[in-house]
Design a protein around this ligand. Structure first.
Ligand code: ZN
Length: 450
């Protein structure tokens, strides 16, 4: 008798517990989380001091290779697969390297103040319904945890910027189109986000120029939805009337005018569908430059140009950029493009970095190891730079390394980032990924993206 009573009470308690758990987890019940790709970089990453932004990306590659790369380099906090499954990569409290060269309202290094979510897919294709649903849950959860306002949930393309190169004399927005669709009203509605930025504060303040007109329209134009080169899951098919409909339905002159406007908009969209690097091989079209198709990987050793006559040249071996005729095939490598430029014989650095020539955040590293800051150089100095000089733009320097001031202390959030470089005394510049961190000699200087 007593036993029966106990059991009844037990089941009552159990029932209440289940109810309680369901209530607490009401917000996360739809998330399917996995730790299968936790990054080995977690232990070495610094804890973020604050979290102002949630930055959304598109992987521009399929799930398996993306997850492996993100995990290996600790390049995101989460990754959302096609089926909506969410992989944890880097501990949400720590720094992940997902933004690269970035700025918003004058604040640089957005990695230090943001959470990065990668979504398996491409910037110019729709995601799956499962991905939009999972992303909505995840973003909401993180917004509540960190009090991030709707407008500050932004695509990577919106905060990334490029330092000057041979096609852009000034620092510019448009280095990437990563995740651009997340800025449009229709996608934001799907994600439950009510606000969006209407202007680019860095372009407005003239810190940056617009380097990609199409991207600027997607990010800020009122009609951004109609410019998206894809239809969202569940969206109505095109409003263009079928011939069948035309025959059967009589329409008023006002409706006819509306139909004509829509048809005109549709044909316009077709004309400006972006031709960005979504596949590994891209052909240069008439009027396009290497930057248009390869962006910062244009001069990477992993980018191969195949000319119409069959000649193959690696990006870092090519000197005559004006000879890239339409029809040249560009094969894009897997790895991140190197941000380091190399001066070749007979080239003035202005051709490589435009107006960043004498900037405080431009650094010239001689082949023998000496470092020179852009702001200290005269026209004479610039002329005299030897071939093989490495050039970094948008970089800050810290150091020297001593037995007390180790790299992780000097440069806590970027000491082992893929775009961080080390200058050992008397040695050429080396990537952080290429050196043994236990053997960094005293007197070493560290250059990090800022
Ligand atoms: Zn991205």
């Amino acid at each position: 008798m007593l036993q029966t009573k106990n059991c009844r009470e037990c089941s009552k308690v159990r029932f209440l517990l289940v109810l309680l758990l369901l209530g607490v987890c009401g917000i996360c019940h739809a998330l399917n989380l996995s730790n299968a790709y936790l990054s080995p970089r977690n232990s070495e990453r610094a804890v973020r001091a604050k979290t102002q932004f949630i930055i959304l990306h598109t992987t521009e590659a399929e799930a398996k290779s993306s997850l492996r790369k993100l995990s290996r380099n600790g390049e995101a906090h989460y990754c959302v697969d096609r089926d909506g499954k969410v992989y944890r990569i880097v501990d949400r409290r720590k720094v992940a390297y997902h933004c690269g060269t970035s700025m918003w309202s004058g604040r640089r290094n957005i990695d230090d103040v943001s959470i990065g979510i990668e979504v398996v897919g491409y910037h110019d294709r729709a995601l799956t319904s499962a991905q939009y649903a999972a992303l909505k849950e995840l973003v909401l959860l993180l917004q509540k945890l960190y009090a991030v306002k709707d407008a500050n949930v932004m695509p990577h393309a919106q905060v990334a910027y490029g330092t000057p190169n041979r096609w852009h004399r000034r620092s510019h927005r448009g280095r990437k189109r990563c995740g651009m669709g997340y800025a449009t009203p229709s996608v934001r509605k799907l994600l439950g986000l009510k606000e969006r930025w209407l202007v680019d504060p860095d372009v407005k303040a003239r810190r940056l120029t617009v380097g990609d007109d199409f991207l600027a329209k997607i990010l800020y134009a009122k009609n951004a939805d109609s410019l998206l080169p894809y239809r969202l899951p569940g969206a109505q098919p095109s409003k263009k009337p079928s011939i069948h409909a035309k025959e059967k339905v009589a329409i008023s002159p006002k409706q006819a005018k509306q139909v004509a406007t829509v048809a005109k908009a549709v044909s316009k969209v077709k004309a400006i569908v972006p031709k960005a690097p979504t596949v590994k091989e891209v052909f240069i079209k008439k009027g396009q430059t290497a930057w248009d198709v390869a962006r910062e990987a244009y001069n990477a050793a992993t980018t191969i140009y195949v000319f119409p006559d069959g000649r193959k040249v690696a990006g870092d071996q090519l000197a005559d950029w004006e000879s890239l005729v339409a029809g040249t095939k560009v094969i894009l490598g897997d790895e991140n493009a190197s941000p380091v430029q190399t001066l070749t014989a007979g080239t003035h650095p202005r051709a490589l970095i435009g107006d960043a020539l004498t900037a405080v955040d431009t650094w010239y590293i001689r082949p023998t190891g000496g470092r020179l800051q852009g702001s200290q150089l005269t026209a004479k100095h610039l002329q005299a730079l030897p071939p093989g000089t490495k050039i970094l733009t948008g970089y800050a320097m810290c150091g020297p390394v001593t037995s007390k001031n180790l790299p992780s202390k000097l440069c806590p959030t970027r000491w082992d980032a893929p775009d961080t470089y080390y200058l050992f005394p008397g040695k050429p510049l080396q990537a952080a990924s290429a050196i043994d961190m236990k053997r960094v000699p005293a007197g070493t200087y560290i250059f990090y993206k800022n």
